[in-house]
Design a protein around this ligand. Sequence first.
Ligand code: SF4
Length: 315
Amino acid sequence: MSVRTVFGPVPSRRFGRSLGVDVIPRKLCTLDCVYCEVGRTDKRGLARREYIPTDIILKELRAALAAHPGVDCVTFSGSGEPTLHAGLGDLLRAARQMTSAPLVVLTNGTLLWKEDVRKDLTTADIVCPSLDAVSEDVFRRIDRPHPRLTAVQVIEGLVEFRRQFQGKMWLEVLFVLGMNDHDEEVWLLRQAIDRIAPDKVQINTVVRPPAEPWAHPVSHERLEQIRTMLGPRAEIISPTRERSCAPAHLPSDQEMLDVVARRPMSAVDVAAGLGVDSATVASALDALVASGRLRIVEFEGNRYYALPEAGFAVN
Ligand code: SF4
């Protein structure tokens, strides 16, 4: 199946209808997080390269913006760590010429200690890096980083980036039950957050099928306690809600496969992103399951659609 580098719009819990730009082939990342929605990391790397030609990505982005002029934002993320793309700065500058929609970069933040990465991100409006742990042992267990990465190095990179970056920085912390949700780690995170001083701290937990079946979500009650501990900038990201939208066109199989190719999605997720009603999309997704092009993944009592070859350990 051919997967395009620009996909969606997809529903984003933080940004509304987001046009996704996937600059990294599945699945190359600096980390192998136990909760990853994309599946297990095939290749952990730190080398920045033009893994997908910049001109191909820009051609697809231009066409997608023409087809979806009303998107809420353009988000650089996808099937791996986007700052590994050596042309990210060029991509953001070119995208800035094409649209006035906010340019968002979702990054795991592990390469912000590199000056070239910080420079590439200067054109973005919002950068959302992650920080899941401060203790090296917790960092290694939850994020399973490349052997040459340390939590100290990542935190120093975040501090330096915040000092230089003029746009908004929203730091995401994802909590996994029994891994990084104990008081001691939360207080260490609070100290690190106070040093980094992001505009917002967004608290998340495992809401879609994770790479490892034993990565479970933290209860809402515990997330509320953590929110208080992390201070006034912290907020809990709420789950995607179905938008009220008039039934429009039925998306093509390829449009739905492009969306689901990045991570497992419920029918409501796909419908909200593509601007159609979820009942219509659910039958179309079920037809793709029947033909073997998608499979069902159950997680926490909910049904998600994923590619047959996606690296999830759950059924
Ligand atoms: S969650 Fe993000 S940072 Fe972690 S392995 Fe997946 S793509 Fe990489």
